[in-house]
Design a protein around this ligand. Structure first.
Ligand SMILES: [Zn+2]
Length: 316
């Protein structure tokens, strides 16, 4: 391997798998591997096994490519407290309350960057994905949950509360009778954006309003022949338009990128921009709504780019 080449290692730690990728500065992939996330009934043992699994993946990657001391970025389904350095809100629960980045940094003998999966997705798409030509990108994941991230000039914006872009637990803007009944969110509030726009949220809302028990994929398949499915889709489009219009009114991004399972609904890219003009405080909206470029690979690629993105320093 050319010793002048600069590489970035990205790791996507999920509940079921750990994936590693090595990118060069142009975003070309030189190594990729996926293993199962270690399981153990004892959380402290599982935690150790996860660190060992990551160490083994990094070792194999660097050995294969004949590189060393490569910057490592990690995407996790949770977040790190900027105040304490401890992990919170992770669905791999053995990480909660642990100084994960600190422990991993010692094990790998290098500085590690950690971000939540929505921020990694956003950075990936803003760096060399669907938003690569834009100076400001808001990227959202519409999957089992709703998350988001904000990137300006390929720099991930974190914010002092480490909450930037987390719009899923804001209330649905411009609510009306057509948004009733509101669902109670797991965060404790009612009518959160996530309760309408996540995949499970849309299904549940359709069930409540139309007594129709269908998954999002089925709703899309049925909407041509089933009027309540069509009506529910139209409500989904208008709610997404309202939710994104509130983002446009505050941040005015050049490009909004959609990710997660709901981003596979191709008609959204034409239908939503037709509706958001009603809510954006401007007579002309030039914001582009784009499908993600890298799909499921955006998490691991964005993790790799964490060390290239100039960002707020994290506590070691
Ligand atoms: Zn909520």
């Amino acid at each position: 391997m050319d010793s002048d080449s600069k590489f970035y290692i990205g790791i996507d730690l999920g509940g079921t798998k750990i994936e590693i990728v090595a990118l060069d500065e142009l975003g070309n992939e030189h190594f990729r591997k996926r293993v199962s996330t270690p399981k153990h009934s004892e959380p402290s043992v599982q935690y150790s096994h996860i660190i060992q699994a990551i160490e083994a993946l990094v070792f194999e990657c660097e050995t294969t490519l004949a590189i060393k001391e490569t910057p490592v970025g990690l995407g996790i389904p949770g977040s790190e407290s900027l105040h304490t350095g401890l992990i919170k809100n992770a669905n791999t629960t053995c990480l909660i309350g642990k100084p994960f980045r600190h422990d991993l940094s010692i094990q790998l003998n290098r500085h590690i960057q950690i971000e939540n999966d929505a921020n990694c997705f956003s950075l990936s798409e803003a760096t060399d994905g669907a938003g690569k030509n834009a100076s400001s990108v808001f990227a959202v994941i519409l999957g089992t949950g709703v998350g988001g991230g904000w990137v300006i000039n390929k720099q991930l914006i974190i914010g002092p509360n480490h909450i930037c872009g987390e719009w899923g637990h804001n209330p649905m803007p411009w609510p009306s009778d057509t948004d009733e009944p509101k669902q109670t969110c797991y965060c404790g509030k009612q009518g959160c954006i996530e309760t309408y726009l996540s995949g499970p949220g849309w299904s549940q809302q359709t069930q409540l309003q139309f007594n129709l028990a269908l998954a999002p994929k089925e709703l899309i398949q049925q909407k041509a022949i089933l009027p309540p499915a069509q009506k529910s889709y139209e409500l989904y489009v208008d709610r997404l338009a309202r939710s994104l219009a509130s983002v446009i009114n505050i941040m005015d991004p050049e490009v909004i990128v959609l990710g997660g399972g709901m981003s596979n609904i191709k008609s959204l890219y034409q239908d939503v921009p037709k509706h958001w003009g009603k809510y954006v405080f401007s007579n002309n909206v030039t914001t582009q709504l784009k499908e993600n470029h890298f799909g499921d690979s955006s998490g691991v690629r964005g993790a790799a780019w964490l060390n290239q993105s100039i960002k707020s320093p994290q506590k070691q």
